[in-house]
Design a protein around this ligand. Structure first.
Ligand SMILES: *[C@@H]1O[C@H](CO)[C@@H](O)[C@H](O)[C@H]1NC(C)=O
Ligand SMILES: *[C@@H]1O[C@H](CO)[C@@H](O)[C@H](O)[C@H]1NC(C)=O
Ligand SMILES: *[C@@H]1O[C@H](CO)[C@@H](O)[C@H](O)[C@H]1NC(C)=O
Ligand SMILES: *[C@@H]1O[C@H](CO)[C@@H](O)[C@H](O)[C@H]1NC(C)=O
Ligand SMILES: *[C@@H]1O[C@H](CO)[C@@H](O)[C@H](O)[C@H]1NC(C)=O
Length: 579
């Protein structure tokens, strides 16, 4: 059932088997708090009711409070499946938030990794129990192409950020068909996964003060699908006034073409996998409601088996610009148009990408004879799947991209061709969208934008070479390794040296968490005079439309201009977008 290396579902699935192994190496810090602790957990009384949590210890040994698996909306089950979320305003009895809740359904063995349809949960972590001191709040929206990962503490854990004076909230939202089904009509107008996130942001406004957080100082941060979500909250009228700064790591909804108004084709495909009728949206949804969440969640891989090329495309789901069918719309305009016309919630914004993003996707093609031969033989038909190309003029665009990236040559397992193909994967999915976001925002937002590329290769990565077991580049998601503990995937980065991991990785945690902290607190990633010595060498200029400066984050910080602009020119030629 489990398809290894299906982007990031990979991370969740493939590494399940390694879990015990990594516990052995872990030693302490991260595994300990998860163990049963007989000390009674702390209780926070929120406007919604009392919540009982547990204690955890940060990377540097600070004790903090953890409240996990709190429902922020009604369970989206039964009649509520495929419906927008219903806010949870009060709890009838004390909420037991002392243990981890489920992630949303995805193709994992739920006895190994706990997922359930009743997944509209969030985790709150706070170092504070003095309600007169209010800390900045960071809300993290997890990555995973809208179909994988979760906000659980074993994937995006608090142990690094909670060494800073912040309240951290990590949220789940519904995934894949259960979260993003859209039929273009009133049956399922779409974007429910984003509406879930809005519901969570509203819960935070109502309740975070009780945890010591300042509801007037909320930073929304996300990576990949979470990054795109952050940008959409800036556009959506529904999310207005629910946040005050943004961190958008490696993606945006500003791509090659306007967003669609529905993905009825995906709904029909999902229906057909489960022997449901496909001839009307009502019939599709009524039938899918009779299926178990396992049947829907576990059938995800069929999309790739039937309609993909290997593990491409990286994602099937996209946000939709909802038709007006009387519902509360999350998105009613094209994101780039909203930014150009100033119709958005302007907040201080960090935009970034990693140095190599999806470079590793090349290996799965060129080192598999079947895929390699097919890509070469049918380039014009495969390129649109692999590089997410619009339908219009796809053959000519495919040829042009091959000429520019590969010098017109076939794909092949050589360092040079792999690099070229990997760049094409990275630019087509992530690089172009990050570039367009940063460039639009720095021209039209009245608030500052800081742009960066994460170029540090540490000891661990979301892509490790199968032979050497070592990182081979700076992969998509690699920047999250220095912000969040990821006990499901790797041992913690310890505060003290060595081995493993390297003290350098420790320095990177210090820097990344300091940047997030100072940005959440002051709306500026540069520290104030005399604060945060770990950032003493940081002098990160605001991006402006003239010289377009950006920061390169590596062992040293350095400032450069015009990130990847030359290599992205071909995309502007093929799919022009006005800044
Ligand atoms: C909370 O308050 C108690 C007593 O005032 C104190 O001992 C404890 O360290 C505080 N910190 C946390 C994280 O709860
Ligand atoms: C709570 O915070 C306020 C403001 O920072 C401080 O004056 C007060 O002493 C603190 N109380 C406790 C019990 O720590
Ligand atoms: C859909 O197909 C079913 C069975 O094939 C048929 O009974 C029904 O009338 C069709 N509905 C529409 C809207 O075409
Ligand atoms: C090559 O890719 C095909 C198609 O995805 C797959 O079925 C096959 O198992 C792969 N072969 C190897 C050796 O991984
Ligand atoms: C990886 O860890 C080893 C020690 O285990 C260290 O010597 C080496 O410098 C580290 N590499 C990086 C890139 O941090």
């Amino acid at each position: 059932m489990i398809k290894i290396f299906l982007l990031s579902a990979i991370a969740v699935c493939a590494l399940a088997a390694e879990q015990h192994h990594s516990h052995d190496q872990t030693g302490d810090v991260i595994t300990k708090p998860a163990a049963v602790d007989s000390t009674p957990g702390p209780v926070t009384v929120t406007p919604a009711g009392a919540v009982r949590g547990s204690w955890m210890d940060s990377r540097l040994g600070r004790r903090f409070q953890a409240y996990r698996g709190i429902r922020y909306a009604q369970p989206p089950v039964g009649e509520l499946r495929f419906q927008p979320p219903v806010d949870m305003n009060t709890y009838t009895s004390e909420v037991d938030a002392s243990e981890e809740g489920p992630g949303c359904p995805e193709p994992v063995d739920s006895t190994v990794y706990y997922v359930d349809e009743d997944c509209l949960r969030l985790n709150v972590y706070t170092p504070e129990n003095n309600s007169s001191r209010k800390l900045p709040v960071i809300v993290f929206i997890h990555p995973g192409g809208y179909y994988s990962f979760s906000g659980r503490s074993d994937l995006f854990g608090p142990h690094y950020l909670l060494d800073r004076d912040v309240v951290l909230v990590v949220i789940n939202y519904r995934l894949a068909s259960l979260g993003f089904l859209s039929t273009g009509d009133s049956v399922a107008p779409g974007n429910n996964g984003f509406k879930d996130q809005v519901s969570a942001l509203r819960w935070i406004q109502r309740n975070v003060a009780a945890f010591g957080g300042d509801p007037g100082q909320v930073t929304i941060a996300g990576c990949s699908a979470g990054s795109s979500s952050v940008v959409l909250h800036m556009i959506s009228p529904m999310s207005k006034n629910l946040f005050h700064r943004g961190i958008a790591m490696s993606w945006s909804p500003m791509g090659k073409e306007p967003l669609p108004s529905h993905q009825l084709d995906l709904a029909q495909k999902q229906a057909s996998f489960l022997d449901c009728p496909t001839n009307s949206s009502r019939a599709i949804v009524d039938c899918l409601k009779t299926k178990t969440w396992q049947e829907i969640g576990y059938s995800l891989n069929t999309f790739w088996d039937k309609y993909g090329f290997g593990f491409d495309p990286i994602s099937f789901w996209t946000p939709v610009v909802e038709p007006d069918v009387g519902q509360h719309r999350f998105l009613s305009v094209q994101p780039d148009e909203a930014v150009r016309s100033g119709q958005f919630s302007a907040v201080p914004l960090l935009v970034s990408q990693t140095e190599d993003e999806f470079f590793w996707k090349a290996f799965y093609v060129t080192r598999n004879e079947t895929l390699r031969d097919r890509m070469n033989a049918e380039w014009e038909n495969i390129a649109p799947i692999s590089f997410n190309l619009p339908e219009k003029n796809f053959a000519a665009a495919s040829r042009r991209l091959k000429a520019v990236y590969l010098g017109g040559k076939p794909v092949e397992d050589t360092p040079e061709r792999n690099k070229a193909l990997g760049k094409l994967y990275g630019d087509s999915w992530i690089g172009l969208n990050a570039h367009r976001l940063a460039n639009l925002m720095c021209r039209h937002s009245p608030q500052p934008v800081w742009y960066s590329v994460f170029s540090y290769i540490g000891n661990r990565s979301f892509y490790e070479d199968p032979v050497t077991g070592k990182p081979a580049g700076v992969a998509h998601h690699d920047d999250t390794i220095y912000v969040f503990s990821q006990s499901y995937l790797r041992p913690p980065i310890q505060a003290r040296s060595p081995p493993p991991p390297a003290p350098q990785d420790h320095l990177m945690v210090e820097r990344m968490t300091a940047i997030w902290y100072t940005f959440a607190k002051n709306g500026n990633p540069n520290p104030r005079e005399g604060e945060l010595p770990e950032l003493s060498s940081l002098d990160w200029p605001v991006m402006n439309p003239e010289d377009r400066k950006y920061l390169k984050v590596d062992l040293e910080f350095s400032v450069h201009e015009k990130l990847h602009e030359k290599q992205l020119e071909v995309w502007d030629e093929l799919y022009p977008m006005k800044f």
